[in-house]
Design a protein around this ligand. Structure first.
Ligand code: DC
Length: 230
């Protein structure tokens, strides 16, 4: 087993970072299910913060108020989705307007700091697959396997379109493409934990890969990591 896997006696983590709609969530679920590990959808925490602020009528520009909201979130992740203060809000937090607000609150360093320990608490045995933007760079820098999952804007817009329609959420491809580009720009150019590949990340371009092929690539990389020291 690679030395990073057993270092500090912590459960192993596979991090999957990448831009919006690159397929991180689906791939993370597939890898976690194959390994029997836990999953952290870190984007959901920013979406929940944004949604809670929106519901409370808080001005999204008020950093201190938004940070208070992030600190007081009562969240549970169930097989039916995210539960906030006792109500299932999975459908609401996946709406595009909440995604946009999430990208705004995610740029606040105080919000990111507030959500840091919550994310690290997901690292429990037998292992964790964590997806987001800064999983490999900030939250789990010692992860034994880091993936940076990319796909062309066109491929991502089409996937997001199908995903939203299948959930009964209306969408327009041209709007989605523009939103994706704007969100990429904001996620990459922010000062705090910008979207960037960790120097030791493996980049996978999934534009022309199926979900199963992408999952298989990650699992192969994990087998290599495990095989390193043995
Ligand atoms: O992955 P997603 O679309 O659900 O994420 C929603 C927003 O949260 C996205 O615009 C970027 C932000 N985010 C982040 O800054 N850091 C993470 N680890 C995960 C998401």
């Amino acid at each position: 087993m690679d030395s990073k896997v057993v270092s500090k006696g912590l459960a192993p983590v596979i991090t999957i970072d990448g831009p919006t709609a690159s397929g991180k969530g689906t791939v993370a679920l597939g890898v976690a299910s194959a390994l029997g590990w836990h999953v952290l959808d870190s984007g959901a925490l920013y979406r929940l913060t944004a949604f809670a602020a929106y519901k409370a009528g808080v001005n999204i520009e008020h950093v201190a108020e938004v940070t208070n909201i992030a600190a007081s979130l009562d969240i549970m992740f169930t097989s039916e989705g995210a539960v906030l203060h006792g109500s299932n809000v999975e459908h609401e937090i996946r709406q595009e307007h909440i995604g946009k607000l999430a990208s705004v609150v995610a740029a606040y360093s105080s919000v990111r700091k507030t959500l840091l320990d919550r994310q690290r608490a997901f690292r429990v045995s037998p292992g964790l697959v964590a997806d987001g933007r800064d999983m490999g760079t900030v939250i789990f820098p010692d992860a034994p396997l880091k993936i940076f999952l990319i796909a062309s804007v066109q491929a991502r817009a089409e996937r997001r379109y199908k995903q939203l329609i299948s959930k009964g959420i209306s969408a327009k491809l041209s709007d989605l493409t523009q939103d994706l580009q704007e969100r990429d720009e904001r996620d990459k150019s922010r000062l705090n934990a910008p979207l960037v590949a960790a120097t030791d990340a493996h980049t996978i371009d999934s534009s022309s890969l199926s979900v199963n092929e992408t999952i298989e690539q990650v699992l192969n990389l994990w087998r290599n990591v495990k095989g390193l020291g043995s």
